[in-house]
Design a protein around this ligand. Structure first.
Ligand code: PNS
Length: 183
């Protein structure tokens, strides 16, 4: 990246990435020269996909999007530790997150304030597209587990991977009710 270019980090668990996430990542690319999707491990959540799988699914979703902005998106794992350390290590100007409504705001605000407190890292919130207001990774997984149609909510390769994972019981967490998939 040229020295004057600006980059942002879009962090999240992405378990799995949804069309709502993808929309925010591509819109972030309208505002920044480079977007670095940071696939993180949130200890408060039990995931259906491993970090490597989640990372691969974000890449597959971007490849399938057929959008020129995807060429300016890097996908990488956030190393264990604080997000702000990663943001500073990659020289990003800000964190970008999507907001679907008041519940998201209540969840995101303390993290944004903490990241600014810790390292002066700013967070830019993008208002979520109303088409994806009801779309969260956790709800999509729950609906799919019960046989509901989630095809229109996920990038096609992600939808295929989710159906495949749910069809293989050995790949499921031993006690799905014990998961704490917050979003
Ligand atoms: O998609 P998620 O699970 O809501 O994303 C939350 C995430 C991973 C962005 C957040 O948990 C995070 O930043 N984790 C890294 C560790 C850290 O910096 N924690 C303090 C946040 S103020």
């Amino acid at each position: 990246m040229p020295p004057t270019a600006r980059c942002c980090v879009c962090p999240g668990s992405f378990d799995p990435v949804t069309l709502g996430h993808l929309d925010v990542v591509l819109r972030a690319a309208d505002l920044f020269d480079e977007v670095r999707v940071g696939v993180a491990t949130n200890p408060a959540k039990t995931t259906l996909f491993t970090a490597a799988e989640r990372l691969g699914l974000v890449r597959a979703a971007l490849d399938a999007a057929g959008d020129e902005r995807a060429g300016r998106v890097v996908v990488e794992e956030v190393p264990h530790g604080l997000l702000v350390d990663h943001v500073r290590a990659v020289g990003a100007a800000a964190v970008v997150k999507g907001l679907r409504g008041g519940t998201d705001y209540a969840y995101e605000l303390p993290m944004a304030l903490m990241n600014r407190h810790l390292a002066g890292v700013e967070t830019v919130f993008l208002v979520g597209d109303p088409r994806f207001e009801h779309v969260s990774s956790s709800l999509v997984k729950e609906v799919a587990r019960h046989g509901g149609d989630v095809a229109g909510l996920l990038p096609p390769p992600v939808h295929a991977a989710l159906l495949q994972r749910l069809a293989a019981p050995s790949a499921l967490p031993s006690d799905p009710s014990s998961t704490n998939e917050g979003r």
